[in-house]
Design a binder for this molecule. Structure first.
Ligand code: SF4
Ligand code: SF4
Ligand code: FES
Length: 243
């Protein structure tokens, strides 16, 4: 069913079930986002996608990555209030991830170059403040795209974090690296060394499979996962170099 509403006064059309952010972007309106990816369920964690929505004469500020389109709503994607609120959100995020390029850059666009909530200069990152903004993108990608559900949120309050169950090494992890690619603060990352793919944040190391020419192909468990999912022949990826 088609839903009609306006964005910044421009009449737009969307399919029922679409989110405001997806429709706004399709029509060329810019809205910042950090925890949103069209391939996974919205979570509304980072709050930088704040917009103003008027419905039935009532105006409210809300995140729009997790706001479904509705007939007749009026969406405003930027004004002084929205700008100020996004700047505050970015100041908080900057304190959590002061070295994350995406956040530093976005914060600067909103005039935020320093955070009042930052750790004192010279402090070492802690387990809880290692650049993770708890956006949950890694958890959702692992569950909904990779379909192994190796990650989850753990603990509460100040201690809340992401990782394997009870912060142990995620035993289901196939070291595919999708979480690292998706992470907006780049705080997961991985390296390949001595025939292994290493994801330090998850304390996970898995052996790589090689091409016949000796080039690293992918972690062995990841290839097995693909073979299973796509119902491919067991020898689909030929073994090559070091084991
Ligand atoms: S690397 Fe591991 S934790 Fe990350 S998405 Fe892949 S399976 Fe999940
Ligand atoms: S590790 Fe990255 S993707 Fe996962 S919750 Fe933290 S910031 Fe988000
Ligand atoms: S992009 Fe909407 S809350 Fe993060």
């Amino acid at each position: 069913m088609t839903v009609k509403f306006t964005i910044n006064g421009v009449p737009v059309e969307a399919e029922q079930g679409e989110s405001v952010i997806e429709v706004a972007r399709r029509y060329g309106f810019e809205i910042p986002s950090l925890c949103h990816h069209h391939a996974v369920t919205p979570y509304g964690a980072c709050r930088v996608c704040l917009v103003e929505i008027t419905k039935g004469g009532r105006k409210k500020m809300t995140t729009c990555c997790n706001y479904e389109v509705q007939e007749g709503i009026e969406v405003i994607t930027d004004n002084e209030d929205i700008h100020r609120n996004r700047a505050t959100v970015l100041e908080l995020l900057l304190a959590e991830a002061p070295k994350a390029d995406a956040i530093v850059k976005l914060a600067a666009e909103y005039g935020v170059t320093h955070s009042r909530y930052a750790l004192p200069e010279g402090s070492e990152p802690t387990e809880e403040r290692d650049g993770c903004i708890l956006c949950g993108l890694c958890v959702r990608v692992c569950e909904e795209v990779v379909e192994v559900s190796a990650l989850s949120f753990n603990a509460r309050g100040d201690k809340r974090n992401v990782g394997g169950p009870y912060m142990d090494t995620p035993q289901n992890c196939i070291a595919c690296g999708a979480c690292a690619w998706a992470c907006p603060t780049n705080c997961i990352g991985f390296e390949e060394k001595d025939g292994m793919r290493i994801l330090k944040k998850w304390n996970r190391e898995l052996p790589l499979e090689y091409t016949e020419a000796g080039q690293p192909l992918a972690p062995r468990f990841q290839l097995r996962h693909f073979i299973e999912k796509a119902n491919l022949p067991k020898d689909f990826y030929k073994k090559g170099g070091p084991r």
